[in-house]
Design a protein. Structure first.
Length: 607
């Protein structure tokens, strides 16, 4: 953990300085406690001339924040950076020899974010985030940001986060050319409960172990301990560097102690270089479960290459990696390596030209319905030249791998016609490689599991009546449903109801044993969503309380028949007979059986 910098006496005394700086290129100078301030383009550039403690600060589009020296910028409250595409916000330094320590979130409150900003040239991580148990704290989000050219003597040159709660979320960001002394050249994330979520991000040219020390170093691009999700991201040209006797793991990504999803991602030219041991040129994974779906792992390196080191994917310890519809190509050692209890399971994938054409796999690896150079045991496997288009690595129309993936409908394709990016070839049967299967659609836009937008409601009915539960969900099609019954105890394990696979569940001829709790699972190719439970209450008989029209008919001729008629529109000349009565001396009472809350009626009595 980083050592918390001490605020100067000025900041400790809660002094705020905002005044013109004569003789310098500054619009406004700032230091001390910032509470309730709004920084505008008119006051920019804002020059930091002393330590800063943020309680509440909004930075508007077009602002540049310049650190004149190694001043602390700590956020304990809320920092909102509201840049736009045309007018971004920039954090930088005017003193490259000294630098600045970056932006530190220390048990801050929720609500901070960075939109369209650049953070550069920090000497102690561009952004450092920590929140403590049991209260925890806020975690800023990053959208359309560039975190570039930063460094740290320890962890995470771009972002260093140690979180007891909350997700670290980056959307459409660039983490580039950052360095660190130990782990996580671009990002170091320790997540005890939350998830690192990155969508449409580029992690490029970051370096771990910049000083080439002689110990163990991990994560040239990213080191994550905990759960992670990477959608439509590119991880390229990162380096986990070696010194004398050094062990290095994960040139692109190092991940442990959590589950992970990599979907529609590129891993290119990452290097894991260990003087004594180098494992995982693109990805090193252990102690969890990783699903790698529709990814491309290309020309990654482990150096030296003399040992079985898995330049594509290295899985260690109790880690399990499922590689689905991916292309692992031209890495300098094995495409996948399962070591010391780690396992790799490949499906519908292409593993070719790795390890100079020698063994494509090492250790505990299974493969089915894959194209593996040199052949590999497993159902549906092939050993043929895949015929890939240079650059994109999609299948050419002459490829023998079209429609050669697992024929189970679970893996059917859905993307055939423009404007869908990289439309599938052949029929709906799975094409091997990164552009086959249901997630091929997700190259254009990230796909995700369903989201339930309307929950089923509690119902009450009676024996021999009917009941209908309904749910609404959104997500990538096709959506599938499975209704489940929990019995009369909501904590009971759910039992799937046979044939109940629509968004609505109709129960006809309800009986007393139908009473209890119901829920539904909505699913697509990318995950599931579970609804809340709804209670069905069943009574022996149904009772409605309504008002009814009662007609008392007196007068007329005793013993004569009369018709009681009605219309719903007084101008209607076509009357409907409700009933026929025989008049009595004391009169006759007639009850209209239709409730009075229906359309109003006009009545008459005629012979």
């Amino acid at each position: 953990m980083k050592k918390l910098p001490l605020l100067s006496a000025v900041a400790a005394l809660a002094v705020l300085t905002i005044c013109p700086l004569r003789g310098a290129d500054c619009g406004t100078t700032v230091s001390g406690i910032i509470d309730g301030e709004i920084w505008t383009a008119a006051g920019s550039p804002y020059c930091v001339i002393g330590d800063v403690l943020v309680s509440a600060l909004m930075i508007q589009p077009g602002v540049e924040v310049r650190f004149l020296s190694n001043y602390v910028f700590i956020v304990e409250g809320v920092l909102q950076v509201k840049g736009t595409a045309a007018n971004q916000v920039r954090f930088t330094t005017t003193n490259s020899a000294v630098g600045w320590p970056g932006i530190w979130f220390i048990d801050s409150v929720p609500g901070s974010f960075f939109n369209y900003c650049t953070i550069e040239y920090s000497r102690s991580s561009a952004v450092y985030i920590t929140n403590g148990a049991p209260v925890g704290g806020g975690v800023p989000t990053f959208t359309n940001c560039m975190i570039i050219n930063n460094s740290s003597p320890e962890y995470g040159g771009g972002i260093d986060a140690t979180l007891n709660s909350g997700d670290l979320i980056l959307n459409n960001c660039v983490i580039g050319n950052n360095t660190c002394g130990i782990h996580g050249g671009g990002i170091n994330a320790i997540l005890r409960k939350g998830t690192l979520k990155m969508v449409h991000c580029t992690v490029v040219s970051n370096v771990a172990n910049a000083a080439a020390g002689s110990s163990t170093y991990v994560g040239g691009g990213i080191r994550v301990s905990g759960n992670s999700v990477f959608l439509n991201c590119t991880n390229s040209d990162n380096l986990c560097r070696a010194g004398s006797g050094a062990y290095t793991y994960g040139g692109g990504i190092y991940s442990d102690s959590g589950d992970a999803l990599f979907r529609n991602c590129w891993f290119l030219r990452n290097v894991c270089g260990g003087n004594s041991r180098a494992w995982g040129g693109a990805v090193f994974f252990q102690d969890g479960h990783l699903t790698m779906q529709n990814c491309i792992v290309l020309t990654n390196i482990t150096s030296p290459s003399s040992s079985p080191a898995g330049a594509g994917i290295f899985v260690n310890s109790s880690g399990t990696v499922d590689v689905i519809n991916s292309t692992i190509l031209a890495n300098n050692t094995q495409g996948a390596y399962g070591y010391n209890g780690g396992t790799v399971n490949c499906l519908n994938s292409i593993i070719f030209l790795n390890n100079d054409g020698a063994s494509q796999f090492a250790g505990a690896v299974t493969a089915t319905w894959c194209d593996v150079q040199g052949g590999y045991p497993g159902e549906g496997n092939k050993a043929v030249s895949p015929n890939l288009r240079p650059g994109t690595l999609e299948l050419l129309s002459s490829s023998p791998l079209i429609d050669m993936g697992n024929p189970d409908p679970l893996y059917y394709e859905r993307c055939f016609t423009p404007p869908m990016l990289f439309a599938s070839k052949g029929t709906e049967v799975n094409d091997m490689g990164a552009y086959g299967g249901p997630a091929a659609c997700c190259w254009a836009n990230p796909c995700g599991p369903p989201v339930i937008t309307s929950q089923p409601k509690n119902l009450a009915t009676c024996v021999n009546s009917s009941a209908m539960f309904c749910v609404s969900a959104i997500g990538d099609e096709p959506l599938r449903y499975q209704w489940r019954f929990h019995g009369t105890n909501v904590t009971n394990a759910a039992t799937n109801l046979l044939g109940a696979t629509n968004s609505c569940l109709l129960i006809s001829n309800v009986q007393s044993n139908n009473a209890g709790y119901y829920s539904v699972l909505a699913a697509n190719a990318f995950g599931t969503a579970e609804s809340s439970t709804a209670l069905l209450t069943v009574t022996p008989a149904c009772v409605d309380i309504n008002l009814y029209a009662g007609l008392t008919i007196t007068g007329g001729v005793t013993g004569r028949a009369y018709r009681v008629q009605y219309v719903t529109n007084i101008e209607d000349t076509t009357w409907t007979t409700l009933t026929t009565i025989t008049q009595e001396l004391s009169g006759v009472f007639v009850l209209d059986p239709e409730p009075a809350n229906r359309p109003r009626k006009f009545y008459r009595v005629v012979p």
